[in-house]
Design a protein around this ligand. Structure first.
Ligand code: ATP
Ligand code: MG
Length: 736
């Protein structure tokens, strides 16, 4: 029981209370998550509970991964417990039971970008005025409805029958039908359908109830109605549920989080034990006091105060910059100043209110050669070339995915223009089949121009061949194959003459993505294509591509929930930005912003900087600003004035902007890029050789074998465990 020694009395009590409902309600940095990880370790090691029976859920991939890593570090080895995000847990359950709800098992998960594309199409198809109604407007409505469980058929009954509502109802209906037809679910569907599944099929619910005898939820204050139902239904059988949260950190009400879930836990689960933690182990007392001075302005909260035995530490530095560029250069300068041999770049975090603030920091940091990583924002996976290739991969997994098909059918150019696609789509709709199936019809295809027809045949053949081979291929081989065989890589190389920069940076992104694939393969050598696609799709929400290198972290305060950093910067402390103007539209909006401020401040362990800009250009508009209301609420005695820094920076004139570095985007050395590209081609070439009977070959999965016959399309090979027929040119087969 060694590892429980590190916990304080209340934490230990919570960790050892493994049976029955338990609520841990406590402020930031009091060790809620730590208690939970110790609790899991204790259950497995001391109580002999099978990890298979444990489900622990939280909100972001980063937080989930940290939780799992911490548990495994305590135990000393990996465990099969489900420690993951809500979305991943629901997805896994749905994947195994999709047919109950009428989906195919290989359904695709649509991320926000896909949703937007789909919605755009619907707006066009229904002839709705796209200037008045944006995709985002309708998607907002749909999302709200799903979370409140209002079906499209009930929409007008609930919201009224005016033209506007009728339109929304029609859009909602079309959207739902399109998703179903494409065998796809959006993020909200994952939660909604998991709940529906449990309601519809008692046997399935029973199975999962029996499996997950021990359930834990971190950040419970941010659960919405569906998450609440999901957890409640699962926990009802055994009642072993432990939820952990802090009402002061509820920051997702705008997305449907319901603070009542945590406040009414004791009603939902009879005889719940409640444990409060009051000691903060994370921050200096200055930081803690600052957080407290802000949050205590909220009226709708349970009064509580954390204490720490840490010393006061440094005061909070406040700097009022001239404009957002000055602000960014100040922060970059401070990072340079503080960075020393025993401090990593990853000890620093810049936490802003909105993703649109990130660009200025990226520029300032790269000019000063400070490595950084942006989490969220214009997502890595939203880059055109990555998204394109992902759509090819999606199509290999789920050929009903019309959205993916439309995206790549003419990418690279195959002579299939918008008009042709429209025609084919209309035909597919009449026939009630997927677009891919329509493309397989030789009669349809031969009516096209001969060039387009030939290209489409090739395209269809490729998707089908990979469809049959994918299960036995490494994802990296498949990726190489698609890059080359689809002609995508070639088309980017052709772009080189016109626009070298564009061509190189896009190829570089594609090559970089291969290292993402390698990472996944290294972690799990048996990972299947659909599992991989799933992980990628789920990264979409708040956190993304998180390479392990040492770099300053940039993200929104929302995505920083649950994390901690020695040094934290909170820029943009201005009215209108933080709190944002829109906060005033909603009741409790300002209080929610204040809770967000509390979350931001309490991420800091040692030092905190807050900054604002007198003048700010955001969304192309320049405004003079006023210091944030939260700055005014913060206990001034904890702040070190900005005068010193102001003088230093300003006497240096605009020095910060002209420190000699011109290139803001750094490229990998060209040779390295060229090499990676050649490897990709070589890899595919090796798979594409013609074989003749008697050749000795090796297959990535089946090992060595001898070719029996080869007819130019199919190659039959005798392996140790029998004869396999493989698609020539697509299967990962190499001559020895
Ligand atoms: P948040 O509300 O931000 O999610 P939390 O309550 O989950 O915070 P943790 O992240 O678990 O808090 O812990 C905060 C820090 O305090 C961590 O660095 C953790 O290692 C440390 N800590 C927690 N409990 C103890 C303890 N008993 N002794 C020493 N350090 C502790
Ligand atoms: Mg936590």
């Amino acid at each position: 029981m060694d590892y429980l020694n590190k916990l304080n009395r209340e934490q230990r009590e919570a960790a050892m209370c493994t049976e029955g409902p338990l609520l841990i309600l406590a402020g930031a940095g009091s060790g809620k998550t730590s208690t939970m990880t110790h609790r899991i370790a204790y259950m497995i090691e001391e109580k002999g509970i099978d990890p298979y029976n444990i489900l622990a859920v939280t909100f972001t991939n980063k937080a989930a991964k940290e939780m799992k890593d911490r548990v495994e570090a305590l135990i000393g080895h990996g465990i099969p417990a489900w420690i993951m995000t809500f979305h991943s847990a629901c997805l896994r359950i749905l994947r195994a039971n999709a047919e109950v709800l009428g989906y195919g098992r290989d359904f695709t998960v649509y991320d926000p970008t896909d949703q937007k594309t789909l919605m755009k199409n619907i707006i066009k198809e229904l002839n709705i005025d796209g200037k008045r109604f944006t995709p985002a407007y309708f998607l907002g409505i749909v999302s709200k409805c799903k979370e409140k469980r209002i079906e499209w058929s009930e929409f007008t009954k609930v919201f009224g029958d005016d033209i506007k509502e009728q339109t929304a109802a029609r859009v909602y209906e079309a959207y739902e039908k399109a998703l179903k037809k494409n065998n796809a679910m959006d993020f909200d569907d994952l939660l909604l359908n998991a709940v529906r599944l449990f309601e519809r099929d008692e046997a399935v619910l029973l199975r999962y109830q029996n499996r997950f005898r021990y359930i834990m939820v971190d950040e419970y204050q941010d659960t919405n109605r569906l998450q609440y139902l999901f957890v409640k239904m699962l926990a009802e059988a055994h009642d072993n549920i432990c939820v952990v949260g802090d009402d002061d950190q509820c920051i997702y009400q705008w997305r449907g989080a319901d603070i009542r879930n945590i406040l009414e836990f004791e009603k939902d689960f009879k005889d719940a034990k409640v444990i409060k933690l009051e000691q903060n182990y994370r921050s200096t007392s200055t930081i803690l006091d600052a957080a407290h001075s802000v949050i205590s302005n909220n009226r709708g909260r349970k009064a509580k105060k954390l204490w720490t035995d840490k010393e006061a530490g440094n005061k909070i530095v406040y700097y009022r910059a001239e404009d957002e560029r000055d602000e960014a250069y100040f922060i970059a300068g401070e990072i340079n100043r503080m960075k020393s041999s025993d401090r990593k770049y990853s000890d620093f975090a810049i936490l802003y209110r909105t993703n649109s603030q990130s660009r200025t920091f990226e520029e300032a940091l790269s000019r000063r050669d400070i490595p950084y990583r942006v989490l969220g924002g214009l997502r890595y996976y939203d880059r055109k070339e990555i998204k394109d290739i992902l759509c090819y991969m999606r199509l290999v997994v789920n050929r009903a995915d019309d959205l993916a098909l439309i995206r790549v059918i003419n990418e690279p150019k195959r002579g299939v223009g918008g008009k042709t696609i429209e025609k084919l789509r209309a035909l597919a709709a009449v026939r009630g089949e997927s677009l891919f199936d329509t493309l397989k019809d030789e009669e349809v295809i031969s009516s096209l121009s001969s060039k387009a027809a030939a290209n489409i045949r090739e395209f269809v053949e490729m998707i089908e061949a990979y469809g049959s081979e994918a299960a036995d291929m490494k994802i990296s081989d498949l990726y190489d194959g698609i890059l080359v065989k689809s002609g995508y890589l070639r088309s980017l190389e052709a772009l080189e003459e016109k626009d070298k920069f564009e061509s190189e940076s896009r190829i570089e992104n594609l090559m970089e993505f291969k290292s993402v694939i390698y990472d996944y393969e290294e972690e799990d050598s048996n990972i299947t294509l659909s599992e991989f696609m799933e992980r990628i799709a789920l990264l979409a929400d708040v956190d993304n591509h998180d390479a392990g290198e040492d770099a300053v972290v940039l993200m929104t305060m929302h995505s920083a929930k649950g994390l901690e950093f020695p040094f934290v910067f909170m820029p943009g402390m201005e009215d209108g930005l933080f709190p944002g103007w829109r906060a005033f539209d909603r009741e409790d909006g300002l209080e929610e912003e204040r809770r967000l401020c509390y979350v931001g401040i309490t991420r800091a362990k040692e030092r905190l900087w807050m900054t604002s800009a007198e003048r700010r250009t955001l969304y192309g508009k320049t405004d003079y600003t006023r210091e944030s209301q939260f700055m005014r609420e913060l206990d001034r005695s904890l702040i070190e004035g900005d005068a010193v820094y102001e003088k230093k920076m300003r006497s240096a004139g605009q020095g910060a902007f002209t420190d000699g570095v011109t290139e803001s985007r750094s490229f990998k050395p060209f040779d390295q890029l060229k090499y990676a590209r050649q490897q990709t081609k070589k890899n595919v070439e090796a798979m594409s050789t013609d074989f003749s009977a008697g050749d000795i070959v090796s297959h990535a999965k089946f090992g060595e074998g001898r070719v029996i016959s080869c007819d130019g399309k199919i190659v039959a090979v005798e392996f140790a465990d029998g004869v396999k027929k493989l698609a020539l040119g697509f299967a990962p087969l190499k001559k020895l």
